[in-house]
Design a protein around this ligand. Structure first.
Ligand SMILES: Nc1ncnc2c1ncn2[C@@H]1O[C@H](COP(=O)(O)OP(=O)(O)OP(=O)(O)O)[C@@H](O)[C@H]1O
Ligand SMILES: [Mg+2]
Length: 1013
């Protein structure tokens, strides 16, 4: 048991932690039989059917047929029970067995395959009372998938998995066990398979890749196979490895040592033992792996028997005779050759001896006792035998006599599954029969509690989770050549809590998810729980009994949450709540997390609890959370509208959710976080998709669009297709609604888009419409809920910008002067969230340009500097960026490369930080020009060209003619006049098309200058 406060392992009987004094959780009682209510879970379904039952009916008389069928059903039931399967349905000759219901087991897929093989093997030996075999045969199909299952009057199941298992069964040959790809993947590597390739199955759209189980590599669980191959380089664990090495060094020269490595599933206990074994490669040693099995927690001396069979080299189809000979040879290594001893070991391994040895005449307890003693002798002798030498280096050492002590490493894995007789023997091996030169590395998960005999001295190494750096390293190693986006790596790390197994499986899943290979990254919603971990995690939840429902309620709240909120949402009587909460704490799945707060220990457990909650229950839970957050717990949702939105969306109250997402978007924008704002707003629009059309939905949608539009403009640029899409949709929606709500700012936004793309024929009518509206508002003829100064500022700003680019500088100056003169920072900075444009700053930018175009360079510079000063006072990064643009552009026009360079460099750094692509583009163009002016034309040209590419990629059409003027200057400097002329001609054509005439005279001057040389 571990202290939930400080994480230190506590001694079994104590009630308080010896380290920090905190009260220890109540020990977890044995799992109760779970209530057989409806649940969502992953299951492996085994479907078996008799072969040729019609022929059978003809061959046997009715009574015999009945008996044969009964024997078959009994066999399947017996095998199902043995592997923790649940016989769900018997329809004639077909039997459905579920693995993972009503309790999940970490190894359900493995169990199901073993059960399938056992059925196939057992069916042939079914015989009638006269001993005559019935001659039955069977086909078995297995499939794994997520289902909803529950006991009503009968057992009901929703999901394709049982059907898939039945279809797979139909493809099997008599005596064959066929599995689905998911079953094969989850079961892991302990079976051999024949790949049958994709097979078309009735009722399934895509062919399914089937595998026939060809053999068993070992009778163990999936976990027993992990951590052994050491395929990936070891990460971290230096201290733990050093402790094991120290123990190894000690026992090489003296009596045996033992170390217990404790840690939860997947933390790397087996891998650590493997790392120790690997580290011994250049010294003589012998490694023996004793493996406990979840299927054999009561099989006598199971790990020892398995070791003997493997060490002796038993093969699947060996005759008893061959097995006996192999066993004798193996035992002879340890000097065991007495017929009596051999008979005992043969009986332990269940090999018929056929009179080869004298009969064993002793009761079973005495046999066990003797077998134990023999095994002690066997191991003791092994250590004094010639060590296994495999490399030349070892042989050399051996012949030089360096290896007098021949040490032995015994890895005894997964003691939490050990059978009682093996544990007793282990105690003996560690105490009275302490072996010389032998290190025992024992591994176990928390829950294994055993008092080793006092003489044994078994220090414990508690494995801890990998830290963030190590986890990151592990993801990187697993990804090989694939470059996972940083967001996906972060997501993996956040979900896997430093548990290597979780990291491995999550990374695998992420790699499998389509799109990642092309570098797209994943949204946080893009990942669930890997199916390879689902059984393991569901088992932990199922073991909670009735407290599982409380874990599910907690999962609806997220990874961390206040205890009293959970109590309010769970709606349990106080004592029941307390009992169940204690149980969750004692299980270690929930941890205290600061005063009055709880936390799921693993994000993946939280996800599993949530995934396995019935949809209706989820909706009800989130509904209760909303009630709490809008009532008694309102303080928790204060300033966090996205929290309410989250629960509302999951409570199927999408419209309300969208309203809160709009609030969240506005709030993020005000906090200077446009990216987050855009995410909230898009989520709001997404939520609305399931809402019926109507005025309420339209109102919220328009609200979302009218904030998303300017936000997109800031993030993607005003010429971007995304901005255009949002503005067009907003404009159309607004026009279709009575009273055309928000018409003015939406029209401004659409106009801005057409302006950015230099589509003046579309921008102009809209701009004129804005001006008429503004004038009407100013005269009091119209009331759109827009203040007169706001309307005039916006309309004049827009008309001024259009006029400037069209080359109508005098009109531009007039419009912009009118706009800027109305601006009062204290009052009008508040308009920023509506237009995402500060008319004081943006207006001064264009006012400066208009002054410049009218030949008033000093006024231009003053307005640019004023814009910069003002922007520094306002908390609007985008506006500050504009003010930099104003200054470096005016500096270029004033032929001041040093000033231009300073502002451009500042702008590149600043805009990169905030992600304003068109600002970076323009700043690099200017930086390139200034660099060329400072005598580095090649370098300057490269920067400028890159800037132009970036600018164009945002869809921005304006300004390109001016950029070519700057480029022409550098090309001329480099003597590339022809290219300069060519590019200028292209721009002249562009002007013909788009009518952006502001820079036409400048272009023509360059054209003429280049032509005359
Ligand atoms: N330090 C590590 N460096 C690299 N890989 C690791 C490390 N620790 C564990 N792994 C890998 O993570 C997976 C899980 O490790 P392992 O099987 O050793 O865990 P375990 O604690 O033995 O789990 P169980 O209790 O289920 O047996 C394995 O594939 C293993 O190779
Ligand atoms: Mg292990």
């Amino acid at each position: 048991m571990f202290c939930t406060q400080c994480g230190v392992r506590a001694m079994a009987p104590s009630r308080f932690c010896g380290q920090c004094g905190a009260r220890l959780p109540v020990p977890v009682p044995a799992p109760e039989a779970p209530a057989r209510e409806i649940s969502r879970r992953q299951m492996t379904v085994l479907f078996c059917d008799l072969v040729g039952s019609t022929t059978l009916a003809e061959a046997l008389d009715a009574e015999d047929l009945f008996e044969a069928l009964r024997a078959y059903h009994t066999l399947v039931k017996r095998i199902a029970v043995r592997f923790n399967g649940h016989v769900a349905k018997v329809v004639g000759d077909g039997v459905d067995v579920y693995f993972g219901y009503p309790m999940a087991n970490e190894d359900d897929a493995v169990r199901a395959i073993h059960a399938g093989l056992a059925i196939v093997e057992g069916i042939g030996s079914l015989a009638g009372p006269d001993g005559k075999p019935y001659g039955l045969g069977v086909r078995v199909g297995l499939a794994t998938g997520r289902v909803t299952v529950g006991q009503t009057d009968t057992l009901a199941i929703a999901g394709a998995t049982p059907n898939l298992a039945a279809r797979i069964q139909a493809e099997a040959q008599p005596g064959q066990v066929l599995v689905s790809p998911v079953t094969r993947r989850i079961a892991g590597p302990q079976f051999d398979y024949d790949d049958l390739g994709p097979v078309a199955l009735k009722g399934f759209a895509d062919p399914v890749r089937l595998s026939a189980v060809a053999g068993v590599k070992g009778f163990n669980s999936r976990s027993a196979w992990r951590g052994r191959d050491g395929a990936l380089p070891m990460i971290g664990r230096e201290r733990e490895l050093a402790r094991l090495r120290q123990a190894w060094e000690a026992c090489r020269h003296g009596p045996g040592e033992a170390v217990l490595v404790m840690g939860e599933a997947g933390l790397g206990k087996s891998r650590l033992a493997t790392a120790l074994a690997e580290s011994l490669h250049d010294e003589p040693h012998l490694v023996i792996r004793l493996q406990c099995s979840p299927f054999h927690t009561n099989s006598v001396l199971y790990p020892f028997v398995q070791h003997l069979m493997a060490a002796a080299g038993f093969a699947r189809h060996d005759s008893p005779q061959a097995q006996i000979e192999k066993l004798e040879a193996q035992l002879a290594i340890a000097g065991i050759s007495e017929p009596q001893d051999l008979a005992l070991m043969a009986s332990l391994l269940d090999i018929p001896v056929d009179g080869r040895y004298p009969p064993l005449e002793m009761p079973p307890p005495a046999r066990l006792q003797l077998a134990g003693e023999l095994l002690v002798r066997y191991f003791a002798e092994l250590t004094s035998q010639v060590p296994m030498v495999s490399t030349e280096a070892l042989l050399a050492l051996y012949f030089r006599g360096v290896t007098r002590s021949k040490p032995l490493l015994i890895v005894f894995d997964d003691l939490h599954w050990i059978d009682p007789s093996s544990l007793e023997l282990l105690d003996k091996l560690l105490s009275t029969a302490r072996l010389q030169h032998t290190l025992f590395v024992l591994t176990a998960r928390p829950g294994f509690e055993h008092c080793f005999p006092p003489q044994a001295r078994v220090p414990t190494i508690e494995l801890r989770r990998l830290d963030a750096g190590q986890s990151r390293q592990m993801v990187a190693q697993l990804c090989h050549a694939i470059d996972l986006p940083a967001s996906s790596v972060d997501l993996i790390l956040s979900k896997t809590d430093g548990i290597p197994l979780f990291i491995e499986e999550m990374t695998r899943m992420v790699q499998d998810v389509q799109g990642v290979r092309s570098g797209l990254g994943l949204g946080s919603a893009g990942l669930g729980v890997p199916d390879t971990l689902l059984d393991l995690l569901t088992e932990r939840l199922d073991r909670l009994g009735p407290a599982k429902a409380l874990a599910q309620a907690a999962a609806a709240l997220g990874q961390t949450f206040p205890t009293d909120l959970l109590a309010a949402v769970a709606q349990l009587p106080a004592t029941t709540f307390e009992d169940q909460l204690n149980r969750l704490l004692a299980s270690g799945l929930l941890l205290p997390h600061g005063p009055g707060q709880l936390k799921f220990k693993h994000a993946l457990v939280e996800n599993t609890a949530y995934d396995t909650t019935l949809l209706k229950t989820r909706v009800a839970l989130h509904g209760r959370v909303v009630e709490c957050l809008q009532g008694e717990f309102a303080a928790l949702a204060q300033g966090a509208p996205e929290l309410l939105a989250h629960h509302l969306a999951r409570a199927n109250r999408a419209l309300e959710a969208a309203r809160y997402l709009l609030q969240a978007g506005v709030q993020s924008l005000q906090g200077g976080a446009p990216r987050e704002a855009a995410e909230h707003l898009k989520a709001g629009l997404q939520a609305l998709q399931g809402v019926a059309e109507g005025p309420a939905r339209a109102e919220v949608e328009l609200g979302l669009l009218s904030v998303l539009g300017p936000t997109t403009m800031v993030l993607m640029g005003p010429g971007s297709a995304q901005f255009g899409e949002v503005q067009k949709r907003a404009y159309a929606l607004c026009q279709s609604l009575p009273g055309k709500p928000r018409q003015f700012p939406i029209t401004y936004g659409l106009c801005l888009y057409h302006w950015g793309r230099a589509e003046f024929d579309q921008a102009l009518p809209l701009a004129q419409q804005l001006l008429h509206t503004a004038n009407a508002i100013e005269c009091g003829e119209l009331d759109l809920g827009v203040a007169p100064h706001e309307a005039v500022m916006a309309a004049c700003n827009m008309n001024g910008m259009i006029a400037f680019h069209r080359g109508e500088s005098v009109q531009a100056l007039a419009h912009l002067q009118r706009s800027v003169s109305l601006y009062q920072p204290e009052r009008d900075a508040a308009l920023y969230p509506v237009y995402l444009m500060d008319f004081g700053i943006f207006g001064r930018f264009y006012l400066a340009l208009a002054h410049m175009a009218c030949g008033e360079a000093e006024a231009a510079q003053q307005h640019a500097l004023d814009a910069y000063t003002l922007a520094q006072r306002l908390n609007q990064p985008h506006s500050l960026g504009f003010s930099m643009l104003a200054n470096f552009n005016i500096a270029v026009m004033r032929q001041e490369p040093e000033v231009a360079l300073r502002f451009a460099e500042q702008c590149v750094a600043f805009s990169t930080q905030f992600g304003f692509p068109e600002f970076i583009g323009m700043a690099r163009i200017v930086r390139g020009w200034a660099t060329a002016r400072r005598g580095q034309p090649e370098q300057g040209l490269a920067d400028l060209e890159e800037g132009v590419r970036l600018w164009q990629s945002t869809g921005f059409e304006n300004w390109q003619t001016w950029f070519v003027c700057l480029k022409a200057e550098i090309l001329a400097e480099l003597g590339r006049r022809e290219q300069a002329v060519l590019e200028i001609d292209e721009q002249l054509e562009r002007i013909q098309r788009n009518q952006e005439r502001q820079f036409l005279p400048q272009l023509q001057r360059w054209r003429a200058a280049l032509a005359t040389g």
